[in-house]
Design a protein around this ligand. Structure first.
Ligand code: SF4
Length: 349
């Protein structure tokens, strides 16, 4: 595959061009085009045609062979299904909130973590994405949206699509720094949220990176026994170690931790579970997000009933735990992350 220019920082593009004997203003022009989310060298009309043709031989601007967009009929949510240059599939979701646009990106094609309720793990692991491929999800979405909304800007990024971000640590860190770069998307760390199933060693490393993003933990169970049954990662990093790592992260970054908890009927949604959860989180500056479990075809998990969810929420509130029930956007296309990839892989097999 050709070198993807979105993998590089502006200064690295400067070096690539100077190694090829090209003047620095050419690198500056290319960086300006990358800042405008260009996907084709033919857009770069201020560059000589011969230079564009030379660049095309060596470099790629588009990380994707194909992009399918699914628009919600209920609201502004759009789901993007990408085919990468080597045929792997990933997904991203564009969400419209009152404070602006947020994009949920994938960080790997597939996932190795094997969470039992998740569609992403059901068809295995393809490969890690490069930093430029993750960034290209933002680029492709911006380019698509600007066809109808010229001043479209992404305000927030959520790393909660396909893959475990901290299992692709180096590429994800580079992606974060690229997305924050003023010459690319200029998105502040406070507008970035990274979701992990709980790789404790990597959470400790992330706390030292000086990127004060919001850490979101996919918790989903209040005891080791229950968590072991649905999230194999818990056998490697049990709850006590995970909560310790969260306390350290909070202390070092000053950022409140967010816990995702999918209420699964009969598994983790009792009042007793809520009390155990409140005990586990006691004293930690945190927030619990209750979400409906994705009802993945073939998996036995069903989302908790409304009255059970209310009981669970009230119990947490009585124990002074901040809790919200996540608002569902794009309910008609809310096919859980990974389900489109799974469908595509099944068709290919
Ligand atoms: S929930 Fe996240 S970490 Fe677990 S299998 Fe799915 S994508 Fe991987």
């Amino acid at each position: 595959m050709k070198h993807l220019l979105y993998d590089d920082f502006p200064a690295e593009i400067g070096r690539l061009f100077s190694e090829r004997g090209l003047p620095s203003f050419r690198a500056k022009q290319i960086n300006e085009w990358l800042g405008k989310c260009a996907l084709d060298f033919s857009q770069m009309t201020n560059l000589p045609i011969a230079l564009r043709e030379d660049l095309m031989q060596e470099f790629d601007l588009n990380a994707f062979r194909d992009v399918t967009v699914i628009q919600s009929k209920l609201d502004d949510t759009r789901k993007y299904f990408f085919t990468l240059r080597d045929g792997e599939h990933i997904e991203a979701v564009l969400l419209h909130y009152h404070h602006g646009y947020s994009v949920c990106v994938s960080t790997q094609a597939g996932c190795k973590m094997g969470c039992k309720f998740c569609a992403s793990s059901a068809c295995g692991f393809g490969r890690d994405l490069t930093c430029g491929e993750i960034l290209s999800e933002l680029v492709a979405i911006t380019a698509d949206m600007r066809k109808t909304t010229p001043d479209f800007r992404i305000g927030h990024i959520v790393l909660m699509g396909i893959g475990e971000p901290l299992d692709n640590y180096d590429n994800v860190l580079r992606f974060l720094r690229l997305a924050m770069d003023e010459e690319r998307f200029g998105i502040g760390a406070r507008n970035i949220s990274l979701s992990t199933c709980g790789l404790v060693d990597k959470i400790a490393k992330l706390a030292e990176e000086n990127i004060p993003l919001t850490l979101s933990i996919s918790l989903h169970a209040p005891t080791d026994l229950k968590r072991d049954a649905i999230m194999p990662v818990n056998r490697r990093f049990p709850l006590a170690a995970l909560i310790d790592a969260c306390r350290d992260y909070d202390r070092k970054t000053g950022r409140r931790i967010s816990f995702e908890y999918a209420l699964i009927a009969g598994e983790n949604d009792s009042v007793e579970d809520a009390k155990t959860l409140a005990n586990l989180l006691r004293g930690l500056d945190c927030h619990v997000n209750l979400i409906p479990v994705n009802e993945v075809p073939g998996a036995p998990y069903r989302t908790a009933r409304e009255n059970q969810r209310l009981l669970f929420t009230n119990t947490l509130e009585k124990c002074k735990i901040n809790v919200t029930v996540r608002r569902t956007l794009g309910a008609d296309i809310e096919a859980a992350c990974g389900q489109l990839r799974r469908a595509a892989n099944n068709t290919a097999n």
